[in-house]
Design a protein around this ligand. Structure first.
Ligand SMILES: *[C@@H]1O[C@H](CO)[C@@H](O)[C@H](O)[C@H]1NC(C)=O
Ligand SMILES: *[C@@H]1O[C@H](CO)[C@@H](O)[C@H](O)[C@H]1NC(C)=O
Ligand SMILES: *[C@@H]1O[C@H](CO)[C@@H](O)[C@H](O)[C@H]1NC(C)=O
Ligand SMILES: *[C@@H]1O[C@H](CO)[C@@H](O)[C@H](O)[C@H]1NC(C)=O
Ligand SMILES: *[C@@H]1O[C@H](CO)[C@@H](O)[C@H](O)[C@H]1NC(C)=O
Length: 218
């Protein structure tokens, strides 16, 4: 396992500056997809992202996507929640041309309150919301998240969401995707739930999070 880790790290460093080719695809209601192989921007690796969206504890939909991502998105599973929804995300990566990442694993459900409390709201057409409502965070969701999504092009819509999130989700930060005349920008900022630690806008692109937003529209 350690050797494998070292191998991956070496491969990543060796790969700096060169470009990988990766499969890009996105499906709803499945746990695997295949598609075109594209040349990634330098420094990116091949990733799979699996997202399950739940409302009031019931699985509403699932998405699976493959794309080129910055290496810092190759991390453990994460989730974010509002008072009545939860999105769970699993990530996995691989580091050779047109490789197939291992199946992403989602974290298990943990409804134990962790003592953190966050404001929660969702609203369309604005970049900020405050419903005067808070929620108790559970499990590993120890940060308060503010996620603003702006889509322009074939679809035009913006919306904001606030709630609890795992540090994994917060570390991904801002993301953008431009495809087929649609531009999706996602800004994520987090603060420590109940604490004062400010993470700011930190991070990069993630297909899965964006896919959830795209599909929540169709
Ligand atoms: C992408 O690459 C994989 C692995 O080499 C190959 O199996 C697959 O057929 C390729 N896909 C396309 C659309 O060329
Ligand atoms: C969640 O709650 C908000 C505000 O109470 C409501 O507008 C929204 O429809 C609810 N969503 C679901 C999926 O129940
Ligand atoms: C569930 O979350 C609580 C609060 O963060 C934590 O103390 C506990 O260890 C977690 N349980 C599991 C099985 O991960
Ligand atoms: C969304 O982004 C587009 C393109 O960047 C911009 O023109 C538009 O003003 C933005 N919408 C909002 C509500 O900020
Ligand atoms: C994320 O986007 C916001 C708004 O455009 C910007 O202020 C912030 O600097 C960005 N953060 C990063 C890490 O790019």
């Amino acid at each position: 396992m350690k050797l494998l880790g070292l191998f991956l790290v070496l491969t990543i460093f060796w790969g700096q500056g060169s470009s990988l080719s990766c499969t890009v695809c996105l499906v709803q209601g499945a746990t695997f997809c295949t598609g075109n192989n594209v040349t990634c921007p330098p420094g990116r690796v091949c990733a799979s992202t699996y997202t399950v969206n739940m409302e009031d504890g019931i699985k509403k939909n699932e998405f699976f996507g493959r794309s080129c991502v910055p290496e810092n998105q190759c991390q453990g599973p994460g989730s974010f929640s509002t008072h009545n929804t939860t999105s769970k995300k699993g990530f996995s990566c691989c580091y050779t041309d047109n490789c197939t990442p291992p199946a992403p694993v989602l974290s298990s459900v943990n409804n134990t309150q962790n003592g953190h409390i966050c404001p929660t709201c969702t609203e369309d057409g604005v970049d900020w919301c405050d419903a005067g409502r808070t929620m108790s965070c559970t499990g590993d969701e120890t940060m308060c998240i503010l996620q603003y999504t702006n889509m322009s092009g074939t679809i035009s819509r913006d919306s904001v969401l606030r709630g609890c999130a795992t540090p994994t989700i917060c570390n991904i930060g801002n993301q953008s995707l431009i495809t087929g005349g649609l531009s999706v920008q996602v800004q994520i900022s987090c603060t420590g739930g109940g604490g004062g630690l400010h993470c700011g806008f930190c991070g990069h692109l993630l297909l899965g999070l964006i896919s959830w937003i795209i599909v929540s529209i169709f």
